[in-house]
Design a protein around this ligand. Sequence first.
Ligand SMILES: Nc1ncnc2c1ncn2[C@@H]1O[C@H](COP(=O)(O)OP(=O)(O)O)[C@@H](O)[C@H]1O
Ligand SMILES: O=P(O)(O)OC[C@H]1O[C@](O)(COP(=O)(O)O)[C@@H](O)[C@@H]1O
Ligand SMILES: [Mg+2]
Length: 324
Amino acid sequence: MIRKIAVFTSGGDAPGMNAAIRAVTRAAIVNKLKVTGIRRGYQGMIEGDFVALRSSDVSGILQLGGTMLQTARSDEFRTAAGREQAYQQLKKAEIDAVVVIGGDGSFTGALVMSQEYNIPFIGIPATIDNDMYGTDYTIGYETALNSVVEAVDKIRDTARSHGRIFFVEVMGREAGLLALTSGIACGAEVILIPESNEQHIELEKFLHKGYKKKETSGIIMVAEGDEAGGAMKIAEKVRNEHPDLDVRVSILGHIQRGGSPTAKDRVNATRMGVAAIEALLDDQKSMMIGITNEKIVHVPFNKAVKLNHSIDNNLLDIHKLMNR
Ligand SMILES: Nc1ncnc2c1ncn2[C@@H]1O[C@H](COP(=O)(O)OP(=O)(O)O)[C@@H](O)[C@H]1O
Ligand SMILES: O=P(O)(O)OC[C@H]1O[C@](O)(COP(=O)(O)O)[C@@H](O)[C@@H]1O
Ligand SMILES: [Mg+2]
């Protein structure tokens, strides 16, 4: 019997996390559940940094970026002693079930803890990387994509004016989807992502033939996690090999993680927040709420975190076609 739930945000923040906190809180209250917010992710769980949430406490946050509960990456929670302390804090606060809003790391932590202690966890995927298996969509990705496109359009203006080649680094330590889709949206000439090596050949072709023949500017999107080592390193190599080219680097950084969530991120965060409470009331546990083909789906944590989210090769093909 669930009487009181906790909700928290964990890992890298993502625009729309607040919308999810609001939806979880309000859906729980409508179903006569009490709600506790845990501040600062798993670290706050270990330290008992809890706050009671009423419907009015989540008023006015729907449109705000970041997370009102703050977030953290907690090394202590990776230890058995840290998780034991976290469990004791949950018991003390009489929490019967937990909703975790985060990415693959956060769900791995939830899976480990639910194997050790009898407490149900439901996950809501929120990461700008959109790298979770079993869902087409993670909260924050759409907003980040639009932020990248807005920034790169501006870079294109100055690149064209000077006839320069820009290496633009986009976030994604292990995931290239944001670089790939923003690259397509901005008409990038080349896109370098960790999931595919082939694009380095495209870069060589572009530098040797394409640029010199017909281009007035070049945008090379580089995912942070590309194996050649990020935009700085690649640009340095290109400068050495092609001293005639005017090369610049722009690392977009954490502006990609901030800002007011797009309408789609708000709507999907609200849908997933409500679905998370419904899943708990339906006695589900260790389950991620996802959205596939625009429908809510339930994906067991062990699948969501262990299976790889692959890149759609069609997107790579489409990009290639545009730059023939
Ligand atoms: N294998 C694990 N065991 C226990 N906790 C984990 C594990 N992996 C991740 N976590 C917890 O989840 C937190 C968030 O994970 P992280 O990978 O940083 O972000 P995200 O959830 O956005 O992918 C970590 O700081 C850690 O506290
Ligand atoms: O904010 P930090 O700690 O520098 O982390 C940067 C990383 O976080 C992300 O923005 C989001 O990743 P997670 O959602 O897995 O936390 C990655 O794209 C990036 O590599
Ligand atoms: Mg992650």
